[in-house]
Write a new protein. Structure first.
Lengths: 382, 93
C-alpha cells in the first residue's frame, strides 16, 4: 500500500467505485480506495438490484434518469468483459388506495416533465403487464418501461476494473481506524494495514458513513437500519417488471438469471448496524407476496439476508463537500437507493472535488440543505 | 484432469477453470467468488461446493485449510415454498 495519496475513498461499494472511476476519468491521479471487507460487501451487494426513475422529488428523478442514461451504455463505456445483466422491462408501481392513485398521478406528471417515460395505468392495464397480479388489492398503477434490473456485483466490478486500468489502487480487507486532522486540514488516514498521508478523504462508507464522519468531527445527519430481503430458486421467466408497492410494503422482481428477489421494510426496526435475518421477515414477506402475486407462492425461497439503508432526513442522498473541513467529501444517506444512482453520484462528487461546474444543480444534495429549512421527504421508498 | 470439464458448483454451472480465473483476477475468498460467479448461490446453498472451494483456495494460496474462511451460512437450510411459510404462519395463530 502506498503511504501517500492525493485522494482516499473509503468504501468499495458501487458509490466508491463510481467516484474513483469518474475522478480518474477527469484526469485525477494517485487515488486509493479502501474497504474493510471485499468488493460490494456492504449495502451494494445486499440490495434489490432494481433501477427505478419513478420518484416523487425532482432531485431523485433527475439523478435516476441520468443514471439510467449511463447504464444503457455502461457495458461499453466501462469496457467490461463480464455481463452487467442490464434488463429494461420496467417497474410497475402499485397504488393500493385512492390517496396513492392521486399522489402517483402527480409523480408521473413530474417525471414526464423531466423526460421520464412513465405513465398511469388502470388496474386492468396493469394486469396485461403482470397477468397474475391480484387486482382485488390494486387501485391503479404506474409504469415506466425503461426502469429495470442490474447485477450489483458485476456492475460494481465493471467500475472497479475500469478504475484500476486508469491507475486507481484498491485495497480490500483494509479497515480505516482514524483520520487525523491538524489545523482544520486532513493530514492522514490510519488503517489496520498502515497509514496514508492525504489531504482529501471521500466518505462512501454506506452504512458506516456516520462513523467515518465522526472521525473528523463532522456530524452527518444520517442513521442506518437493517432491511431484509430474500431470493428464490431460479425458475423459467414469468415476470418482466419489478412490482413495487409502498403501502403494501413490497418490492419483487425476477432477475435475468431466473431467481425472484423480494424485500419489505419493518417499521419497528431499530437504528443500528445489525444485518441479521429474522423469521418475522420471512412470515410477513410470504403473506405480502402471495396476496399481491399469488403464483409466486409456489416458488421456493432459498436464502435470506439483511443490509443497511443509510437514511437521510429527506430520503435523498447527501453528495457534498463541507465548509467545516476542506478536503472532506461525502456520498451517503441514499436511503436504500445508492446502487441505482451511482453513475451520477460518481460524476457529481468528482466534479465537486475537482472544482468543476457540476452537471446539474446540486444545492439539494448538499449537507447544508438541512440547516434551518423545511424538509420535503421523498415518500416513494419501501 | 481438465479444469474446464470439472463442475465445482452444480447449482450455478461453475467450472474449476472459472474459479482459477477468479483467482487470477485477484479474488481470494469464497464470498468474492460467490458474488462474481454465483458459486454457492443456488438451491444447495454451498453445501456441495463450499468445502471443495475452500480446498481450492487453500491449495492456490498455500494456506492451511483451517485458515481459509468457510462460506457464510444464511437461512434457510433448504428451499421452502413461500406459500408453505405463509400457511404455517397462519396455523400458528
Amino acid at each position: 500500500m502506498k503511504n501517500k495519496a492525493d485522494y482516499v475513498i473509503v468504501g468499495s461499494g458501487i458509490s466508491g467505485a463510481s467516484i474513483a472511476y469518474h475522478l480518474a476519468k477527469f484526469g485525477a491521479k494517485n487515488i486509493v480506495v479502501l474497504d474493510k471487507s471485499y468488493l460490494t460487501s456492504g449495502a451494494t451487494g445486499r440490495c434489490g438490484a432494481g433501477i427505478r426513475q419513478q420518484w416523487g422529488t425532482k432531485m431523485n428523478c433527475l439523478l435516476a434518469k441520468r443514471s439510467v442514461d449511463f447504464f444503457e451504455t455502461a457495458q461499453e463505456e466501462l469496457q467490461y468483459d463480464g455481463n452487467i445483466e442490464f434488463k429494461q422491462e420496467g417497474y410497475l408501481v402499485i397504488a393500493s388506495n385512492e390517496e396513492e392513485t392521486k399522489e402517483f398521478k402527480e409523480n408521473v406528471a413530474l417525471q414526464n416533465s423531466l423526460g421520464i417515460p412513465s405513465r398511469v395505468l388502470t388496474k386492468e392495464e396493469a394486469k396485461t403487464i403482470v397477468p397474475y397480479l391480484n387486482t382485488d388489492v390494486v387501485h391503479s398503477a404506474t409504469f415506466c418501461p425503461t426502469d429495470g434490473h442490474l447485477n450489483p456485483f458485476t456492475t460494481t466490478e465493471a467500475f472497479y476494473k475500469a478504475s484500476e486500468r486508469m491507475g486507481v489502487e484498491f485495497h480490500f480487507f483494509t479497515e480505516v481506524l482514524d483520520i487525523i486532522v491538524h489545523n482544520n486540514r486532513i493530514e492522514k488516514i490510519i488503517t489496520d494495514k498502515g497509514e496514508i498521508q492525504t489531504s482529501n478523504v471521500i466518505n462512501a462508507a454506506g452504512g458506516w458513513s456516520k462513523q467515518i464522519g465522526n472521525m473528523v468531527n463532522i456530524n452527518i445527519p444520517v442513521y442506518s437500519e437493517n432491511h431484509e430481503i430474500l431470493v428464490t430458486e431460479p425458475v423459467e421467466k414469468m415476470q418482466g417488471p419489478m412490482v413495487i408497492s409502498f403501502s403494501k410494503n413490497i418490492y419483487c422482481q425476477q432477475t435475468p438469471h431466473g431467481a425472484f428477489i423480494m424485500g419489505r421494510s419493518d417499521p419497528d426496526m431499530p437504528e443500528g448496524l445489525d444485518m441479521s435475518s429474522s423469521w418475522k421477515f420471512l412470515d410477513e414477506m410470504s403473506k405480502t407476496v402471495t396476496e399481491l402475486l399469488p403464483p409466486i407462492g409456489d416458488i421456493r425461497v432459498i436464502r435470506q439476508w439483511g443490509g443497511l439503508y443509510n437514511m437521510s432526513p429527506d430520503h435523498q442522498p447527501i453528495i457534498s463537500d463541507t465548509k467545516d473541513l476542506p478536503g472532506f467529501y461525502m456520498a451517503c444517506g441514499f436511503s436504500g437507493h445508492g446502487f441505482m444512482l451511482a453513475p451520477m453520484t460518481g460524476l457529481l462528487l468528482a466534479e465537486i472535488i475537482l472544482g468543476l461546474t457540476p452537471s446539474m444543480l446540486i444545492e439539494d444534495l448538499s449537507i447544508e440543505r438541512f440547516e434551518g429549512k423545511e424538509i420535503k421527504k421523498e415518500k416513494s421508498v419501501v | 484432469m481438465d479444469p474446464n470439464k470439472v463442475i465445482i458448483c452444480r447449482c450455478s454451472d461453475v467450472t474449476l477453470q472459472d474459479v482459477y480465473d477468479l483467482f487470477d483476477k485477484g479474488y481470494k475468498t469464497f464470498e468474492e467468488l460467490k458474488r462474481i460467479k454465483r458459486v454457492g448461490m443456488g438451491p444447495c446453498q454451498a453445501t456441495t461446493c463450499g468445502k471443495m472451494v475452500q480446498w481450492e483456495i487453500a491449495k492456490r494460496f498455500n494456506l492451511p485449510l483451517e485458515e481459509v474462511k468457510f462460506n457464510n451460512i444464511r437461512p434457510l437450510t433448504m428451499g421452502v415454498k413461500l406459500k408453505s411459510i405463509k400457511e404455517s404462519a397462519e396455523d400458528e395463530k
